[in-house]
Design a binder for this molecule. Sequence first.
Ligand code: SAM
Length: 308
Amino acid sequence: MGRSSKDKRDIYYRLAKEEGWRARSAFKLLQLDEEFKLFKGVRRAVDLCAAPGSWSQVLSRKLRVKESSEEVKIVAVDLQAMAPLPGVTQIQGDITKISTAQEIIRHFEGQAADLVVCDGAPDVTGLHDVDEYIQAQLLLAALNITSHVLKPGGNFVAKIFRGKDVTLLYSQLKIFFSTVTCAKPRSSRNSSIEAFVVCQNYSPPEGYVPNMSNPLLDHSYDVDFNQLEGPNRVIVPFLACGDLSAFDSDRTYPLQLDSEKEYEYLPPTQPPIRPPYQQACHLRKNNLLAKEDSPSAVLDGALSTMNL
Ligand code: SAM
């Protein structure tokens, strides 16, 4: 696929390069903030599953404004390494580990965060049930970390897959936050089951002790909170966000958007560092990949195994 054809395919991918964002997902957080005013008064923010770092970029650009930028602390966590960003401390770690929560708390010098965001996604397998299940587990891991680091009254935003068991997740989140909304930014493709839960006003149950166990499996909360049947089923509001006149992420736009300005290809703002596919690319470029056996060689091999 040529360079420009990729640009043609996705308008937010192109806009991200034009505006210097590392990934198109930056627009999702920007559009969520337009709707929910998530950044208002935020001094300490955590970006879980942050690489390559476009959400951290948004936090860095939006929170570190003018003279107060010294007071702002942003921590970004990811399994993968990430190129540095101004005012962002990186932790290369796993969000399912208590040690990661402890490291975040150390960085905030014992103070709690005002906002936790998580755009975490596992490597999708294409098997929808499996993908939805793993995504839900990642969200719950993010919720566990959040319960260690977020201040009461703080906000939590996380990617969610709106699969068939999503109401179970909503009811888990409703245990910890007084308001939970499912939001779909305009930059998130309609064709994708991805959406974002915007959880406002952190207010854990009295006596709740933060831990890293999976709340889905923790039946001690079932009696009071986990009422999923009939009228007790938790239904959260759904909100499409982002200006209706904003670009539609499912549409294809012409390369030359502005009739005055000629289209110019821009390279990605931050190419991946040490991506897992790097070795495969090296092997392919140097013709070092293992060769498929020719059909006759396969037949010979099979015959010799059968001792014929
Ligand atoms: N928000 C990012 C941005 O705007 O650049 C994009 C995040 S990307 C869609 C999902 C990230 O989740 C990947 O970088 C992946 O390494 C990370 N991830 C998945 N599982 C994780 C885990 N257990 N701990 C930490 N990061 C994880």
